[in-house]
Design a protein around this ligand. Structure first.
Ligand code: AHN
Ligand code: ZN
Length: 331
């Protein structure tokens, strides 16, 4: 808290200079006047429903009817929540040469605002359960309730709330495709880091608006499982250290320190890497990390256990409310 004291004071002075509509001044415990920000209340039931709706389409694997239907649903839902929607259609090539018919789906709030924040999550689900213990099950696609649908569910709930009351900053929600089509463990091919995150690699080279930039980005990946633990991921700390601290401090102050662990996580190949390197946007990856597991992720990861049974409203709330507090305090 001490660390952010000068910032709070600066905000207070700024709000005295010209008071924004609907923003009152209130007296802080220490006696100084600080800007009173109304942060919306994240509705966990609503987010849970958004996760369930995606899963109900079936596995969202590129080139399947479920994937097509879910993509249509996501674009329509962002429109319904007042976003300016961009749909980026692309043909991507998977590790095995398969051409994938894919879409990145973007919803923008305050598209003219100069200061912007990028919030992103992948919406596709993995075509394989290659970590499943039963070899016969490994070639079947997974529900991806957590791995995919949870991050999108949190962001749809944020979109619903931003439609009712927009934050000061511009916000771009990016649903990335083909994140999870990477080389499976049963393949004889060597794992190639670049076989993951195909939609984001495309977007980083061809953003939805020319020279797209944002102040920072936050990636949500596997943010809905019961008892999830979010550690401070390596590249996030290297490239966006102050943002990591801001998010983890915010979570702790809201009482979510049991989810947002104040400790180093591993280095993870994920969508944020390409947004950092391709667009120069500092990004943080909020991802359920299991430091004691051999693969670094929870037991359900890339198995058929990644279904609605593991989704917890408490986890969705912790992530969603933390993000709302971070975003609505930006000026
Ligand atoms: C790798 O497995 C290389 N990275 C993890 C990225 C990921 C997959 N996140 C969800 N599914
Ligand atoms: Zn995955």
């Amino acid at each position: 808290m001490i660390k952010f004291y000068p910032l709070l004071l600066a905000l207070a002075l700024a709000s005295c200079a010209h008071k924004g509509a609907g923003r009152a001044a209130e007296t802080a415990a220490a006696g100084e006047t600080v800007a009173a920000v109304h942060v919306p209340d994240f509705q966990a039931d609503s987010a849970y429903r958004f996760v369930d709706e995606q899963v109900a389409f079936g596995p969202r694997v590129p080139n399947t009817p479920a994937h097509k239907a879910c993509g249509d649903f996501l674009a329509a839902t962002l429109k319904r929540f007042g976003a300016q929607v961009y749909v980026q259609q692309m043909t991507l090539t998977a590790y095995n040469g398969t051409k994938l018919d894919c879409r990145n789906i973007i919803g923008s709030y305050k598209p003219a605002a100069r200061k912007r924040v990028l919030l992103f999550a992948h919406w596709d689900s993995r075509p394989y359960a290659d970590n499943d213990s039963d070899p016969k099950e490994q070639r079947k696609p997974i529900d991806g309730a957590d791995d995919g649908a949870s991050g999108v569910g949190v962001l749809l709930e944020m979109a619903r709330l931003m439609d009712k009351q927009a934050p000061d900053v511009g916000v771009d929600i990016l649903f990335t495709d083909a994140e999870d089509y990477g080389v499976p463990s049963f393949s004889s091919q060597r794992d190639d880091d670049n076989s993951w995150c195909l939609g984001t690699q495309f977007w980083a080279r061809n953003p939805h608006t020319p020279n797209y930039h944002a102040q920072y980005g936050i990636l949500l990946d596997m943010v809905g499982a019961k008892n999830a633990t979010f550690y401070k991921e390596y590249t996030s700390q290297a490239q966006a250290p102050s943002l990591v601290e801001k998010i983890w401090d915010t979570a702790r102050n809201l009482g979510y320190g049991n989810f947002f662990i104040d400790a180093d996580g591993g280095s993870i190949v994920d969508d944020h890497l390409y947004v950092i390197s391709g667009r120069g946007i500092p990004c943080v990856d909020i991802i359920n990390y299991a430091p004691d597991n051999k693969r670094g992720f929870a037991d359900y990861w890339h198995t058929h256990a990644d279904n609605m049974q593991i989704i917890s409203r408490e986890t969705l709330k912790a992530v969603g409310q933390t993000l709302l507090n971070v975003i609505y305090k930006e000026r």
